[in-house]
Design a protein around this ligand. Structure first.
Ligand code: NDP
Length: 277
């Protein structure tokens, strides 16, 4: 019997998850159907209840329901606990297991696909929202020389700094700064985990932060050369990337978790890639 999966959100039309998971199912020979599920605001639990009652095996969760999924779950993986949000659910009888694969997807893309080891690197992450929160422990697990969180609202960066310090068992120095404190500092890897690129805005970032061989990584995807990537390019950053690989890798993590088989992501990344021009 064909197993059913879905991505739930509002809006949901834009989601690439059905395309990605259907491609993964084809190459791995898994018998599954993956659809989009539009839930009304305030209607997350009822929509998931109905999907489970109809035999659904698992779900991806996108905006604005990642916190609803956190509340709905009966078992939270450490990644979901740290992120304070959930992007994948697995239904096993009455149990609802919850994960957050965004951070691990980001690290896999950088380290495996882009061949940029993070160990010993000075890493800067812009933004202190959900994406940063989920990325902190996976980034720290790579053993960078330091991890700096910068945010427009500095208090939010400081809150994430203390959260990461509580959970991180290694010795990586973690700092929280405002943009005006970045003068004179350079980094080997700079992640833009703000939502500024979604509205073609640029965080108030000095162009001097990019070390010459720096990787500038935009978590948003499908936007081409965003203002952040343009700044990095003009500043001479060695490598530019957007979040399409992160999207594919978090999906592959969920797929492997549900199906016990890990799909290769290269074809999906190539298919979804929008040139950075
Ligand atoms: P949130 O809304 O949780 O956080 C947004 C962050 O951006 C906040 O820290 C906010 O600062 C900051 N911000 C917004 N506008 C500006 C601006 N003009 N200048 C400076 N800072 C700004 O968003 P998420 O963390 O969920 O998402 C962040 C990005 O990551 C988005 O682009 C999203 O598309 C991308 N993403 C990509 C994924 C992928 O698979 N590739 C997965 C998940 C997210 P403040 O706190 O001061 O308001």
């Amino acid at each position: 019997m064909t197993d059913r999966y879905a991505v739930i959100g509002n809006p949901i039309e834009q989601s690439k998850s059905p395309l990605i998971h259907t491609a993964f199912a084809e190459v791995t020979g898994q018998d599954l159907a993956y659809t989009k599920l539009l839930a009304p605001l305030g209607g997350f639990a009822a929509a998931v209840d109905a999907f489970r009652a109809a035999g659904g095996k698992g779900m991806n969760v996108t905006a604005p329901f990642k916190m609803d999924a956190f509340a709905y779950a009966t078992e939270l993986a450490p990644s979901a606990q740290m992120a304070g949000a959930v992007n994948a659910l697995k239904f096993v009888g009455d149990t609802v297991v919850a994960e957050n694969f965004d951070g691990v997807g980001l690290v896999r893309d950088v380290v495996n696909n882009l061949k940029c080891p993070l160990q010993g690197r000075r890493v800067l992450i812009l933004g202190a929202g959900g994406a940063t929160r989920g990325a902190l422990l996976p980034l720290l697990s790579q053993g960078p020389a330091e991890l700096v969180i910068v945010n427009r609202t500095v208090a939010k960066a400081q809150a994430l700094q203390s959260l990461a310090q509580q959970h991180h068992t290694g010795a990586v120095p973690i700092r929280a700064l405002g943009y005006d404190e970045l003068a004179g500092q350079t980094f080997d890897v700079v992640f833009n985990a703000t939502s500024a690129s979604l509205t073609a805005e640029l965080p108030p970032l000095p162009a001097t932060v990019f070390a010459p061989a720096c990787l500038a990584y935009e978590l948003a995807y499908g936007k081409g050369l965003t203002p952040f990537l343009k700044l990095a390019q003009q500043a001479g950053a060695g490598h530019l990337a957007d979040g399409v690989g992160m999207l594919a890798e978090q999906a592959a993590e969920a797929f492997a978790w549900w199906r016990g088989v890990r799909p290769d992501t290269a074809a999906v990344i190539q298919k979804l890639n929008v040139p950075l021009v």
